[in-house]
Design a protein around this ligand. Structure first.
Ligand code: AP5
Ligand code: MG
Ligand code: ZN
Length: 218
């Protein structure tokens, strides 16, 4: 099964993708995470991307398309994947269509997390993640079971994203509405779009997504 999670910054793409991937044995493909790793590794593309990400602007299409096309070729993706943060422009969506068609593969659903702009800033500025395994948390909405200890790996080190500040968030939101929201119409026309309420609790959103996935196999 190949899925896309679509939604603005803070809508819950990463949170839900992490869970679905675990539960269904799919590979989570987050272009944001891949770009942050490339920046950390100091590659040329990574460093260029880092400057744009810090401002909240999109990284050029050719850079992300190259990253995703190489990653999708890896054998672990043959069993299905869930795209989190890609595609983000119509050009990226067209490139994905070509990549899948070349492999005789297809998308099963594009799940839109419908979100309320005014509540996303709180989600984003309260977000942090385990520095060792990447498990995501939130100051209010998703705390570790034992304070200061990662539920998954037991690490006590956490980190926050440098683009998770109120100023950059506004630019990221603008980029979403300008460049990414047209994809809602694109996938609606292709009849792959399914929408769920992204402002419900994490568990309720997960249940809505499960229901969408259950409906696909019928
Ligand atoms: P990326 O890393 O993809 O960031 P984003 O799209 O801004 O999305 P976020 O990761 O901020 O939000 P999310 O939807 O994953 O929310 P999360 O689940 O963490 O991209 C970063 C940058 O990389 C971009 O700005 C761009 O520069 C570049 N980039 C990446 N891909 C690109 C592409 N394809 N093309 C060009 N450039 C690209 O949830 C947020 C917080 O809320 C968490 O703390 C979570 O615990 C909490 N939360 C989640 N769900 C709920 C809920 N239902 N109720 C309460 N709290 C919740
Ligand atoms: Mg994310
Ligand atoms: Zn951890």
């Amino acid at each position: 099964m190949n899925l896309i999670l679509l939604g603005p910054p803070g809508a819950g793409k990463g949170t839900q993708a992490q869970e679905i991937a675990k539960k269904r044995g799919l590979v989570q493909l987050s272009t944001g995470e891949m770009l942050r790793s490339a920046a950390k590794a100091g590659t040329k593309d990574g460093l260029e991307a880092e400057a744009l990400m810090a401002k909240g602007e999109l990284v050029p299409d050719d850079v992300v398309v190259k990253i995703i096309s190489e990653r999708i070729e890896q054998p672990d993706c043959a069993g299905g994947f869930i795209l989190d943060g890609f595609p983000r422009t119509l050009m990226q969506a067209a490139a994905l269509d070509r990549m899948l068609a070349e492999k005789g593969n297809k998308l099963d659903a594009v799940i839109e997390l419908k979100a309320d702009f005014n509540r996303l800033v709180e989600r984003i500025v309260g977000r942090y993640a385990c520095a060792k395994c990447g498990q995501g948390y939130h100051d209010r909405f998703k705390r570790p079971k034992v304070r200061g200890v990662c539920d998954v790996c037991g690490s006590t080190e956490f980190s926050r994203r440098s683009d998770d500040n109120a100023e950059t968030v506004t630019t990221r939101m603008m980029a979403y509405y300008r460049d990414t929201s047209p994809l809602i119409g694109y996938y609606f026309c292709k009849q792959t779009l399914r929408s769920v309420d992204g402002m419900a609790s994490i568990g309720e959103v997960a249940t809505s997504i499960d229901n969408v996935i259950a409906g696909l196999s019928r």
